[in-house]
Design a protein around this ligand. Sequence first.
Ligand code: GLU
Length: 454
Amino acid sequence: MAQSVVSEPIDMGTEVRPSVPGQAPKKPTKAFNSFQIAQTQFDKVAEYLGLDPATRDLLRYPLREFHFAIPVRMDDGSVKVFRGFRVQHNDARGPGKGGIRFHPQETIDTVRALSMWMTWKCAVVDIPLGGAKGGVICDPHNLSLREQEQICRGWVRQVARNVGPLTDVPAPDVMTNSQHMLWILDEFEQIHGGRYPGFITGKPVGMGGSLGRTEATGYGVVFTLREALKELGIRPEDTTASVQGFGNVAQYAIELYQRLGGRVIAVSCWDQADQCSYTYRKLAGIDLNQILSITDHFGGINKQKAKDLGYELLPGEAWLEQDVEILIPAAMENQITGDNVDKISPRVRIIAEGANGPTTPEADTQIKERGILLIPDFLANAGGVTCSYFEQVQSNMNYFWEKDEVLGKLDLKMTSAYFAVSELSRREKLSMRDAAYAIAIGRVAKACHDRGWV
Ligand code: GLU
């Protein structure tokens, strides 16, 4: 193994991503290409591992991609055509696995990046699944439930022969939930004639879903955070945190972190009416149930009601500047950048990435130089897919575990993955991100070699 990880200046490309949930609209938004970022992260560690050129060539691109149109008859009688994607990055270790996002700024390159990160995510927690991701360019805020159902059914009609329990297994992600999964499953089963509960995860409990799946991603973030705090010799009750995002991941991460004794002083979320994000702050600590009672199902907090309850309303990026020990970005990709990384308070000790790809490489380098312990996305947020794997196992047995059993198994998986990454990071003097990559890429490369692909 080479001794050090090469770090080079990178051109992040020109893909234009206008403001997204969790990010306030800025002057000229610096454009980031998530796929180029994912490839750059891969290249750096492939070099460190001394991977042969063919394996690099195989792993730095997806194996397969599907791009398609989804025509939907809207409630007003008109027909609107939505664009959909499914990208299968790698299935050497098992069927492709990964969510489907509904987002107005979805791009094929973002889906490519996310599919690649799913491959590493499944590998780092050592579950027998590969990486895939799907998306539809749409904004569910502006769609009725019937229209969303038609998008779900249309999406799976386009890929029904290229996905399945043994090939590629979808799940919920940004702005999709268990109801969307059930519509997709139902359409798949209509097409194939039979019951295939192992085809999709994140199903409703009672319809093949697993207890604990809703909580799993957020709880998983906090399982790794808890271990990081132990390593640093910090008691959770002596810490405060600021969270970006208030969707499924953020909500359950806050719940468990508060149960450990931590205090969340700020959360940010997207405001659909103003098309920008705001940070809601209460220095005494936010009351989760109170905020949940004024939050819509997209994780949007009602501004006026929050003010009435005594929350300070700050600009969207203020979550990053808070004087806390812990930052949890749990919204979208490319949120901590070279432009705002220096706003992170000197008090911050840990960044736990609940979102996929929230930190750009430029910011990553500075975070490492400042000695902040960063728990990388595909380790920190692997709880969701790990529980998806448990859901598949339970679906296949047609026997469902108690919630405690699911969460206990999840804790074990997350904690042992954290230890393995942390141990390698210390031993080889790698950042936690590079150590997680080294373990994951090593496992996937071995699977490709053992199968005789490269
Ligand atoms: N969408 C989640 C993720 O990014 C879960 C994926 C899954 O369960 O397959 O990890």
